[in-house]
Design a protein around this ligand. Structure first.
Ligand code: PLP
Length: 371
């Protein structure tokens, strides 16, 4: 049996007709950049998330960057975030002119540890970016409380957390702004690059909608020096079709996670299962276990036809790209632990029980023959 880590084709086959019908409308109207199909998606996603405005943009990295520009980040400001994320979280901070200041994570959820925030705050701190890692939100109440006390903005990196909930509230509407990615492999994925910013602040949304379109408020009248970060009409159309299925796909992911949990619960001496916090509704963008012989297990599984991933093999503070900041191994032990021990098992809505059973059988076999 071959178990892919992610199978985008399986999903495409289910929605193919609808996608092609919708694309036909885009081609007939030739609304390729921004325009009505993007607006339709903005409205749909705003409704999906709850009480918020949405600005569709070109990708998730830009969504983070534009959110930082909206709050007025300036050269030399500091933004507190975590090192166990995709590098885009830090890149956006750097390209907004600020400095990413990392803090370690909570040992259960591997999201930002709110207890460590205040120690990292300086006179230059302007914002906090918690990352809703793998589809589970950070513990937002204490983060929002600290931000309020110190007059800091909170931007949620919700790029892995479409539809995830914190105490019943959707990711992206808890902080001052939320950043989403619709990279093809995300829980809600475009057929190319796309992203969005969510916020209930009308000034922020107006700024981002202007900035993403060269700062123009009408054609060739430029209020500010902006950039080109528009979403394609094609991506807006595809995302509108797929949005209708997101709730159902999320249910499937949660079922698969439960099934993995049930089948793997007797292996607790050899591996740690992901924990869903009491406050959270996890959407399992990634289902990651932790285990000591991670690399050997991953290689064995690959030989047996099971494809896994590592998210992420090197934490951001130890990447060559951030060497100039002088971080060292040992600065963030939990985030580093995550890089050494995390193994992402196959996870996507269309995954079958047989594929999960096969994957688990191979994991058990590995530990039987290597104990
Ligand atoms: C995917 C991702 C991003 C970047 O999104 P792109 O659309 O690829 O630019 C940022 N942060 C996190 C946590 C992500 O997973």
């Amino acid at each position: 049996m071959n178990v892919p880590f992610l199978d985008l084709t399986a999903q495409y086959k289910v929605i193919k007709e609808e996608i092609h019908e919708k694309l036909d409308k885009v081609f007939q109207s030739c609304a390729f950049s921004g325009g009505p199909f993007v607006e339709e998606f903005e409205n749909g996603f705003a409704q999906y998330c709850g009480n918020t405005h949405v600005a569709a943009v070109s990708n998730g990295t830009s969504a983070l960057w534009l959110a930082l520009l909206a709050i007025g980040i300036k050269q030399g400001d500091e933004v507190i975030t975590v090192p166990n994320s995709f590098i885009a979280t830090a890149e956006a901070i750097t390209y907004a002119g600020a400095v990413p200041v990392f803090i370690d994570v909570d040992p259960d959820t591997y999201t930002m540890d709110p207890k460590l925030i205040e120690k990292a705050i300086t006179k230059k701190t302007r914002a906090i970016i918690p990352v809703h890692l793998f589809g589970q939100t950070a513990d937002m109440d204490p983060i929002m409380e600290i931000a309020k006390k110190h007059k800091l903005y909170v931007i949620e990196d919700a790029c892995q957390a479409h539809g995830a909930e914190y105490k019943g509230k959707k990711a992206g509407i808890i902080g001052d702004l939320g950043a989403f990615s619709f990279y093809p492999g995300k829980n809600l994925g475009a057929y190319g690059e796309a992203g969005a910013v969510t916020t209930s602040n009308k000034d922020f949304i107006d700024f981002i909608k202007k900035f993403r379109d060269h700062g123009q408020f009408k054609k060739y009248y430029h209020d500010c020096i902006g950039w080109n970060d528009r979403m394609d009409g094609i991506q807006g159309a595809i995302l509108s079709v797929k949005l209708k299925y997101l709730a159902n796909w999320t249910e499937q992911r949660r079922k698969h996670a439960q099934y993995y949990n049930t089948l793997l619960k007797d292996e607790s001496e050899k591996l740690q299962l992901p924990k869903e916090a009491g406050y959270a509704r996890h959407v399992y963008h990634i289902y990651a276990i932790q285990t000591e012989p991670r690399d050997k297990l991953m290689a064995y599984l690959k030989e047996e036809g099971v494809n896994c991933g590592i998210h992420y093999p090197i934490p951001i503070h130890l990447q060559k790209a951030y060497a100039h900041q002088g971080w060292q191994e040992g600065h963030f032990p939990l985030a580093e632990n995550c890089a050494k021990r995390y193994l992402s098992l196959p996870m996507f809505a269309e995954l079958t029980n047989e594929q999960i059973e096969y994957t688990v059988a191979k994991i058990k076999k590995y530990f039987q023959t290597n104990s």
